[in-house]
Design a protein around this ligand. Structure first.
Ligand code: SF4
Length: 243
């Protein structure tokens, strides 16, 4: 491949992802979610009383040439909805980024603000729904409203070979996205370590979500998640890694 052509296509994808991010951040398709995020941002949690909450939809973050695309459920009310970056500023992010750092996808183990110097290599992170939902439970109509952003990322993340879905909601959202993108798929139920080939090149891997509810109870442990990430770097979508 002509290296100049490669770098110009990568620059244009970066720019397209930035445009998509700007579009997401100004989205108002779901009045209930917009209202909730703004209310949380105004009222704040006592521990963050002096923080300036982001309060807007949260775009994806990471390397436009990523082989690994991680999809979560939605921003945390006092995490990404506060800091403006996915999985940044809460316990879920602490667990996720420490693991990404151990696996070589992140330059640092912590993620506390958009200005903290965190960079991802070969990894991109986004969510099925881009606004923090009450009770972590988006309505089906809200998921549908937000699905075009996943579709756009599918088109732009040309180097993806593994999509890692954190939890059942993300798993189902990725399968629905893959079907909209023309993948012919059987019914596939979520379970930790489950994987499905979405097409010849891309596979979906499921993991329990990195939420406190799972990590504090031992449902998802550090060795379990490290094993998922180790397997996620394998290239062959037909391979069957052990978890
Ligand atoms: S959830 Fe998605 S579609 Fe709904 S307002 Fe937020 S960004 Fe827009």
């Amino acid at each position: 491949m002509n290296p100049l052509a490669h770098s110009s296509s990568s620059a244009s994808r970066l720019s397209a992802l930035a445009d998509l991010g700007a579009q997401i951040e100004s989205c108002t398709r779901c009045p209930r979610l917009r209202n909730h995020c703004e209310t949380v941002a105004r009222e704040k949690r006592r521990a963050y009383a002096s923080s300036d909450y982001w309060g807007k939809p949260v775009a994806g973050f990471g390397d436009p040439q990523a082989a690994l695309w991680i999809v979560g459920l939605a921003p945390g009310a006092h995490g990404a909805n506060r800091t403006g970056r996915v999985f940044t500023g809460d316990r879920s992010g602490d667990f996720l980024f420490a693991a990404l750092h151990r696996a070589g996808f992140a330059n640092q183990a912590s993620s506390i603000s958009r200005e903290d110097g965190l960079m991802l290599q070969n990894c991109y992170i986004s969510a099925a729904v881009r606004c923090a939902p009450p009770g972590n439970a988006p309505l089906p109509t809200e998921e549908t409203n937000c699905s075009s952003y996943l579709d756009a990322e599918w088109q732009l993340l040309r180097h993806k070979h593994t999509i890692l879905a954190l939890g059942r909601f993300a798993w189902d959202a990725v399968l629905a996205m893959a079907r909209r993108q023309g993948c012919d798929l059987p019914v596939a139920k979520f379970s930790h370590g489950q994987q499905v080939a979405l097409n010849q090149r891309v596979r979906l891997v499921g993991s329990y979500h990195v939420s406190q509810q799972n990590t504090f109870t031992g449902r998802l442990t550090t060795p379990m998640f490290d094993a998922i990430l180790r397997a996620a770097v394998r290239v062959d979508p037909q391979s069957s890694p052990e978890f």
